[in-house]
Design a protein around this ligand. Sequence first.
Ligand code: GTP
Ligand code: MG
Ligand code: ZN
Length: 282
Amino acid sequence: MKSGVVLRVYGDRALVRCGQELAELRPKGSLRKEGLLAGDAVEVLGEHIVTVRPRENELGRPPVANASILLAIAAVREPAVSQGDLDRMLLQSEAQQLAPLVVLNKCDLSTEDELAAYSRPYAAAGYPVVRVSTRSGDGIEELRHALPEGIAVLAGPSGVGKSSILRALTGEDVEIGRMTHKLQRGRHTTRAATLYEVSPGRMIADTPGFSDLDLPGVAPERLAQFYPEMEDLGCRFADCWHRAEPDCAVIRAVAEGRLDVGRYRRYLEFLTELEGRPRRWR
Ligand SMILES: Nc1nc2c(ncn2[C@@H]2O[C@H](COP(=O)(O)OP(=O)(O)OP(=O)(O)O)[C@@H](O)[C@H]2O)c(=O)[nH]1
Ligand SMILES: [Mg+2]
Ligand SMILES: [Zn+2]
């Protein structure tokens, strides 16, 4: 029996790396129903995957198992990734208890002021932010050094430059899209989550971009726990929704400019969105 890592899943087959060997294998019967994910740690016997080790975590979108960091890729323009979408990516990673790193790509297209205004709320919330441009090469080495051991997952809307970042880090000849200039969107160039090696022990997963992003399945009263900057304020009401409660530390911090008003307003919108969900979806 050999141990391996699933690099990519194609229908009922998977590309698996065992040591330095690559093989296309099929899961044995009983594993077929459960489904494999890129990132799965597996045991291989002959031509078959016979065991999938228990997953440390499992992302739905993008579909990757056993990630050690989520690279939330954003851009100020081409395409403009709204801060709301970045918030949603970060909420997903908080819900999975997966460390996120904000990567602001296409920095060659924006001024210093624009980049600072975009990233300030996230840096203030305690998230690491790296600015990069795959066009100029700025920030790529800094990003490389920020990657922990294990699997780093690229996440972000189509066209934001996930595959371009992967190519800059690994030299792999992955397919890069073109921007459709009328729509200022990517074209969903990458079709399946696929792992590549950055260096021994460090893998990076290219993933298909999304065009809309759900909030995690969380009860509305727990949403604030996914905002590190709100948690740090230690509102004295354990069950506070930080919405209209008198003496709420969060509301006071917003009023005094210590908490980003944009992040807070979007928090209120997300609360309303969660409250509108049927209970079984929460
Ligand atoms: N100006 C500029 N353009 C970039 C940069 N990085 C990527 N691009 C361009 O953005 C477009 C989309 O890049 P991709 O890497 O294919 O984007 P993606 O996120 O992988 O898109 P999907 O696979 O569709 O999810 C391409 O035309 C790239 O050349 C950058 O730093 N600056
Ligand atoms: Mg891509
Ligand atoms: Zn409160």
